[in-house]
Design a protein around this ligand. Structure first.
Ligand code: COA
Length: 282
């Protein structure tokens, strides 16, 4: 039963599927979990912060949907393998892995500590690879599966103070294309999504750049200013929502995605193309 009047997918579309979502307890990851669960999938939320998992799972269960949680730090390959073993044991299969866990912060490259570099590369790139590699035997054995990883657009043109994250996301793009070809014979479809600005609570907090960095802090502005900023800089005239991103994941998880692999889908209201063209700068 759909509860969203703007819902475009048929109720029960993902019935019988098991979707594992890293970073699924909050923000975009939780938005993806809500839509997949609403469409009938059992969603497993994975996070290294247990305090994020419980309320999120409860909120899905309260709506009559199927959900469970598993703790994981995606940087820890043993913990990732244990997560996949737990999901396989509890749910019997994994149809969809959404690599959503990510972390970053603005820092001048010349001052970035080795640990800061390592931390973001390990969460974003290593974590994506570890999780994807860990679900491979499960998906191979069951005759196929799908992986959707989270990329970004900032590395298309370079983004000062984000050397770690842009390098990691460029790696995710490469990984997506490589695994798409390598694992196609096993009917494992590997795609990525590249979200534009989605002002979730976590992003608002995380993206406050250092006061003296010279980078505009769009997320710390008032709602009104955010709207004005979106109208000026995003061709489609508004910031994105987790549902905008979730819709693409649901599409890729559905039979409509049967012949789609190796794709990197930009979902940003036209933002990055417009920025390249100088839109909104005058
Ligand atoms: N500027 C410069 N360096 C920073 C930093 C910042 N804002 N935040 C963290 N670092 C450095 C730390 O100093 C540390 O390096 P050091 O040991 O040389 O001092 C290293 O990064 C690891 O930091 P730590 O606090 O141990 O982080 P972590 O490894 O537990 O987690 C993040 C890393 C990215 C998850 C964490 O910084 C974070 O919570 N970021 C904001 C939340 C976020 O990114 N949300 C997702 C938005 S898409």
């Amino acid at each position: 039963m759909t509860t969203d009047p703007t819902q475009v997918f048929r109720p029960g579309l993902l019935q019988g599927q098991v979707a594992l979502i890293t970073g699924g307890g909050t923000g975009i990851g939780f938005g993806i979990a809500e839509l997949l669960a609403e469409l009938g999938a059992h969603v497993v939320l994975a996070s290294r912060k247990p305090e994020h998992l419980d309320p999120s799972v409860q909120s899905l269960l309260r709506r009559g949907w199927k959900a469970s949680a598993v703790p994981v730090d995606v940087r820890d390959v043993e913990a990732v393998r244990a997560m996949v073993a737990t999901v396989k044991a509890e749910q019997g299969r994994i149809d969809l892995l959404v690599n959503n866990a990510a972390g970053n912060f603005y820092v001048p490259s010349a001052e970035m500590s080795p640990n800061a570099w390592r931390s973001v590369l390990e969460i974003d790139l290593f974590g994506t690879f570890f999780c994807t590699q860990a679900v491979f035997p499960v998906m191979k054995e069951q005759g196929g599966g799908r992986v959707v990883s989270t990329s970004m657009t900032l590395h298309y043109r370079g983004w000062p103070l984000m050397a770690h994250a842009t390098a990691a996301k460029a790696g995710i793009d490469a990984l997506t294309r490589t695994l798409a070809v390598e694992w196609a014979p096993h009917n494992i479809l590997v795609n990525a999504i590249a979200p534009g600005p989605i002002p979730t609570e976590g992003v608002r907090k995380a993206f406050a750049p250092p006061a003296n960095s010279g980078v505009a802090d769009v997320f710390a502005e008032t709602e009104k200013k955010l709207d004005a900023h979106a109208r000026r800089t995003i061709p489609l005239g508004r910031m994105g929502t987790p549902r905008d991103i979730a819709n693409m994941v649901a599409f890729l998880a559905s039979p409509a995605g049967d012949w789609i692999t190796g794709g990197i889908f930009v979902i940003d209201g036209g933002e990055w193309l417009a920025k390249s063209a100088g839109w909104g700068t005058s």
